[in-house]
Design a protein around this ligand. Structure first.
Ligand code: SF4
Length: 452
């Protein structure tokens, strides 16, 4: 993206003083750090929408959620930069999400949902009409005489969806019915001779369809440009950022234990039962059963345990107690102890490694004999049902979890499991195994206190 400062003002005005339509990439200069930071902020909003929708939030709840998320994430210390941040973040995420069919589909749905809620937040009909004009929609408003001739039918349609009867100054658009499928399917409009009569308060469906179709085409073009015409040098610079954004974890860092400072080996069996998420519980059980885990499993569980507060000496004792039953104490000291010290930053480059996020675990690809990964993503349906049963998730909740798994909302499936086991809601959703652990400990400890 090149940048020309003088065009910024025009760009701001062009935003119809509401929000931009992202017709073409702006000629703005973008610092590499803003490139990434702005995109992460927008991603938080889109992921929030995705979670809200798949949790089945009602339209009013969604409107509030979007308003709050925009307020929390899309502001800028300089008011004049807010629109530019909006535009830049959208175009960066286009690059990130144009690269596969699945990514495009997700981005398209979330951006369209965002557009829809923002459109609904435009309080006046003038502001909505101004935005409609930007799309150059070919639909004409119904004339007064047409309105009079079908007033009763329009009134009936309005009544059936709990809307007041249209008055003489009400605006309706005559639209080919196939262009507003959701209104027709929901019987929310009067249809006559192949046309749907769309009231002003329903035009969001029309503009959202237009927005979606523009963006869908643009994503295909961006993908083509990204793979063919972008300069190699530029691509080398951007590729690591683009790839990292795609699997980025947006929550807090769990490399240090948080509220529940330390755990000791003495308590670990009990804590695993009460507070480990399924991915870690599975690894823990397999380790106890086989007295061995392959590299991927040792990393996933080992870093998690570090994050929940298992000190290095205890970690060495814990792994040795299991592994020595299979490979002997001497071989453990020689071949395995090093990598545990390494995870704690005591060997090699002395990097303090961070526990894996759900996103990273879900994207991993466990092979035969591996036990790492996310069970919601990597288990067969039969194994997942059995594992949930073992965690005492009731059968109704198991069906809800399987539903989320089928629609590939693995973290939501995990959130529902958490809620079923702990008997309390987890509004933030599960994004990290260590977050699951600390949320669980909060519940367990408050229950313990209330029974003392
Ligand atoms: S959603 Fe996250 S915490 Fe839950 S099982 Fe999968 S990886 Fe583990």
């Amino acid at each position: 993206m090149e940048i020309v400062r003088s065009q910024k003002k025009a760009l701001h005005n062009d935003a119809v003083s509401t929000f931009p339509l992202y017709r073409s990439a702006p000629p703005l200069e973008v610092r590499l750090e803003d490139f990434e930071l702005f995109a992460i902020d927008r991603l938080r909003v889109l992921k929030g929408i995705s979670d809200g929708l798949s949790r089945g939030k009602k339209p009013e709840e969604m409107e509030k959620l979007v308003r709050d998320m925009l307020k929390a994430n899309m502001g800028h210390p300089e008011a004049s930069e807010v629109v530019n941040k909006d535009i830049i973040s959208h175009f960066v995420l286009r690059l990130v999400y144009c690269r596969t069919e699945d990514l495009r589909k997700w981005f398209l749905s979330m951006e369209t949902a965002l557009f829809r809620y923002r459109f609904l937040q435009l309080k006046s009909a003038e502001a909505q009409r101004a935005l409609m004009a930007e799309f150059d929609l070919p639909y004409k408003a119904v004339s007064n005489s047409e309105f009079q001739s079908m007033k009763d039918n329009l009134g009936q349609a309005a009544r059936s969806i709990g809307q007041p009867l249209p008055t003489a100054d009400a605006i309706f658009y005559m639209v080919p019915f196939e262009e507003v499928p959701e209104l027709v399917a929901g019987r929310r409009v009067f249809v006559h001779k192949g046309h749907a009569y769309v009231a002003m308060n329903q035009v969001v469906s029309l503009v959202a369809t237009q927005f979606r179709s523009h963006l869908s085409k643009a994503l295909i073009l961006t993908n083509r440009k990204w793979t063919s015409s972008i300069r190699e040098q530029e691509k080398d610079r951007l590729t690591p950022i683009v790839e990292a954004l795609c699997t980025s974890y947006l929550g807090p860092d769990y490399s240090e234990p948080r509220e529940f400072a330390e755990i000791s080996i003495r308590d670990i069996d009990q804590i695993a039962m009460s507070s480990f998420p399924l991915c870690m519980r599975h690894l823990f059980d397999k380790l106890k059963e086989d007295h061995h885990l392959k590299h991927g499993g040792r990393m996933q569980l080992g870093l998690f345990l570090k994050g929940v507060g298992l000190k290095l000496d205890d970690a060495l004792a814990f792994w040795k107690a299991e592994f020595s039953q299979k490979v002997g104490a001497e071989r453990f000291d020689k071949e395995y102890a090093y990598s545990i010290r390494h995870n704690y930053g005591r060997e090699g480059k002395r990097t303090d490694y961070t526990p894996y996020s759900c996103q990273k675990i879900i994207c991993s690809a466990p092979g035969v004999g591996d036990h790492h990964g996310c069970p919601y993503r990597h288990f067969s349906e039969e194994n997942l049902r059995a594992a949930l049963g073992k965690m005492r998730v009731n059968s109704k909740a198991i069906e809800d979890v399987m539903d989320k798994v089928r629609s590939r909302h693995y973290q939501l499936a995990c959130t529902l499991t958490f809620e079923a086991i702990h008997g309390t809601s987890c509004d933030a959703g599960i994004n990290h195994p260590n977050q699951y652990f600390s949320e669980s400990q909060k519940v367990v400890q408050s229950k313990n206190h209330s029974t003392v």
